[in-house]
Design a protein around this ligand. Structure first.
Ligand SMILES: [Ca+2]
Length: 187
């Protein structure tokens, strides 16, 4: 449950997000940096906190000067806790352009979701990031600890290298990527 003062604080900070802030991990400092590009894809599992539809997904990244659009998916997990590769388990599949982002600095890549992607409180999903046309155009920033000294407990991160190795359970990730999920709850 979010504290009632959060929307006010967010508005004061000038980062009024769409809908309700759902699963998120916002460490004060990035202690890890994982490249996305060529055949390497990264994922972070998370636990949905609200019923509704995905409104926006924010990823904490660095973007190189020549980055191509990012392929972003939200998928269900398979029985092993890994991102499912079954097309029936894809909740969202979209491309996001990094227009207007500061290059080579840590930024929040705010990605509005315009497709109808329903989510349910309590279900565990994963977002996956890939840039198949790119040579390490993106880095995902992460950390083991957030400002409260606790790692994100609703999931973890994992990766795959297409043609080399497949997704494994995200629960084994030593750290978590910085991210924010926003849900339109219809209120
Ligand atoms: Ca975790």
């Amino acid at each position: 449950m979010l504290p009632a003062v959060l929307p006010l604080l967010t508005a004061c900070a000038g980062v009024l997000g769409p809908g309700t802030l759902d699963a998120h991990f916002e460490p004060s400092e990035g202690t890890s940096h994982a490249g996305v590009g060529e055949s390497t894809e990264r994922a972070q599992s998370f636990t949905v906190e609200n019923d509704g539809t995905l409104a926006q997904i924010d990823l904490w990244v660095t973007v190189s000067d020549d980055a191509s659009p990012l392929q972003l998916q939200v998928v269900r997990l398979d029985d092993a806790g890994a991102p499912s590769v079954d097309p029936a388990d894809v909740v969202l599949d979209m491309t996001a352009k990094p227009a207007g982002l500061l290059r080579n600095e840590s930024v929040w890549f705010e990605i509005p979701v315009e497709k109808n992607a329903p989510v349910t409180a309590g279900e565990q999903l994963a977002w996956t990031a890939s840039a198949p046309d790119d040579v390490w155009g993106y880095g995902l920033l992460g950390a083991e600890l957030d400002e409260d000294g606790e790692a994100y407990k609703g999931g973890g991160n994992c990766d795959r290298a297409v043609g080399n190795y497949e997704w494994k359970s995200c629960d084994g990730g030593a750290d978590d990527f910085g991210f924010r999920i926003w849900v339109d709850t219809g209120d």
